[in-house]
Design a binder for this molecule. Structure first.
Ligand code: ZN
Length: 276
């Protein structure tokens, strides 16, 4: 990627009608750079929307990504559920090819009371099945396990880095707000953000820093981790220090804003980043 792009998680709330054509116009006016398409309840998109994304995203210089369905658990105790999870990610990857997306992201698994190591083996098996299809069908998209917000969910920083080392086209989606909530308030200072980015660069190379995918939102957490997303200005999450760290390391790729006010907070992030 050439630069750091700021995306909304879904079509901007204010875009009416709810079309990609209108969304791209609104993002353009706000100086924002694209959308993470939310396939969180299933890979559903109308033929008209597919056409608009295919025809307009390039001329409008919009960067698009997708969030795969939430119902994914590569460590389920039921084989049918694992197969259905793999199928959902593959379906998202195929749609990514149709739409010309940069990345797809998903929450890979729950520990289900198992150790990190045993869970890792199941996640690894799932990834090999997913990536086999991605390679066989020449799907040129990054497939990204996301850092998760709760201690019951597989996906701390080390785990997503480890799986990324094993497969071509797999790189992490670093949800910084999740890392903050998951560790009950750590990972919220400039030094900590720098350390996270440094670790990724050291373990996965500059390639990972030049093709980055971050999620950012205000967030509320309890002792169990993530509770709910908040707007940036209602949360203690230190987005300014994060953006300073991203600037220092000259990160390129996308920052997807997942606050409730998706476009207003994406604009806050983009404006602050551009002021640095
Ligand atoms: Zn997510």
């Amino acid at each position: 990627m050439e630069k750091l792009n700021f995306l909304t998680a879904g079509i901007p709330l204010k875009s009416t009608p709810r079309t990609y054509k209108k969304a791209f116009d609104d993002l353009d006016t706000m100086g924002l750079n694209g959308i993470e398409i939310e396939f969180v309840r299933g890979v559903n998109i109308s033929a008209q929307n597919i056409k608009e994304v295919q025809e307009l995203s390039q001329p409008k210089e919009m960067v698009l990504t997708a969030h795969a369905p939430f119902f994914v658990n590569l460590n389920s105790q039921e084989k049918e559920k694992i197969d259905a999870s793999i199928a959902r990610v593959i379906e998202t990857a195929r749609m990514a090819k149709t739409l010309g997306l940069y990345s797809i992201v998903f929450h890979a698994a729950y520990y289900m009371g198992m150790s990190s190591e045993d869970t890792y083996k199941k996640v690894q098996e799932g990834f090999s099945k997913i990536m086999q299809v991605v390679y066989d069908e020449d799907i040129n998209v990054f497939v990204r396990p996301e850092t998760t917000g709760k201690a019951t969910q597989w996906g701390d920083l080390d785990e997503v880095i480890r799986i990324s080392k094993e497969f071509k086209q797999v790189l992490p989606c670093i949800d910084f707000s999740h890392l903050y909530a998951r560790t009950i308030g750590q990972n919220n200072t400039y030094d900590e953000f720098c350390r996270i980015i440094e670790t990724i660069g050291k373990e996965l190379g500059d390639y990972a820093l030049n093709n980055f995918h971050a999620h950012v939102a205000g967030i509320e957490f309890t002792a169990k981790g993530e509770k709910k997303h908040l707007n940036l200005l209602e949360s203690e999450f230190n987005y300014k220090e994060l953006l300073k760290a991203m600037k220092k390391f000259d990160i390129k790729g996308v920052v997807v804003c997942e606050s409730p006010s998706i476009e207003d907070d994406a604009k806050i992030l983009s404006d602050y980043y551009n002021s640095l």
